[in-house]
Design a protein around this ligand. Structure first.
Ligand SMILES: [Zn+2]
Length: 240
């Protein structure tokens, strides 16, 4: 292995480590982090020819074409409610207002669940209603349809997906095609396809990885060599 190859291999290993440490990858659903790691491996370590890389990736991950589509679908850049907002469950309780007492119904929302969009910023959340409040739910759903059809709802900045082009490169046009194919109603966000270019998520990642602490091995057996509690001989040194 010559110097250039070695550099390239080390850079790829670093990139794979970056992917493992990147908190932007989703913790649920199709494992796009593993897809990135495998694709980097196939393209840069195994050096599979460009036209055959995705076949090799699918082979290694035991994914059929549909499985790969689901990965692209998962990575389509878009805004989504934070996972803790219960996107999968349609709200945790029935949100119909009560007439004889203040507050919401609060029953299990077993009847219907759908999106409700905030007209101020275009963000949305799932809401749900119990069987008793089905009529109220129909009204809320109708209002939501009117809002969506008005064509005036703002589009919230993306906070999800957009990681595959950051790690794997390739033309943005072809990524846009893959996303569109995997998610029919998808439209490319004005902020671009790459999560690295979005102000919000970029800030989070930079905060996590900026000014990494340096570890310095202390030689000798002076006072610093072991802490008072016998801690190891490594200490964190920060750039001034
Ligand atoms: Zn209810």
């Amino acid at each position: 292995m010559d110097g250039r190859q070695l550099k390239r291999t080390l850079a790829t290993h670093q990139r794979i480590a970056d992917a493992f440490n990147d908190p932007r990858f989703p913790s649920r659903g199709p494992d796009t982090r593993m897809l990135v790691v495998t694709a980097l491996w196939v393209a840069r370590i195994e050096r599979v020819p460009a036209g055959k890389q995705w076949d090799r990736v699918r082979d290694l991950l035991r994914l059929d074409l549909y499985g790969l589509q689901q990965m692209f679908r998962q990575d389509a850049p878009r805004w989504e409610p934070p996972p803790e907002d219960g996107i999968d469950y349609g709200g945790s309780t029935c949100e119909a207002p009560m007439i004889r007492r203040a507050g919401l119904c609060g029953h299990h929302p077993c009847s219907v669940a759908f999106r409700v969009t905030n007209p101020a910023d275009g963000t949305w959340r799932m809401t749900g209603f119990c069987t008793r409040h089905r009529a109220y739910a129909v009204e809320v759903d109708r209002a939501e349809r009117v809002r969506c059809q008005s064509g005036t709802l703002p589009v919230p900045a993306p906070n999800t997906g957009g990681l595959l082009p950051c790690y794997l490169g390739g033309s943005l046009e072809s990524w846009a095609k893959s996303y569109k194919h995997a998610r029919s109603a998808w439209r490319p966000p004005a902020e671009g396809l790459r999560a690295d270019d979005w102000p919000v998520t970029a800030k989070v990642v930079r905060a996590a990885s900026s000014a990494p602490p340096k570890l310095e091995l202390l030689a000798g057996e002076g006072e610093d060599a072991t802490g008072t509690d016998g801690s190891p001989v490594l200490r964190i040194v920060r750039d001034s």
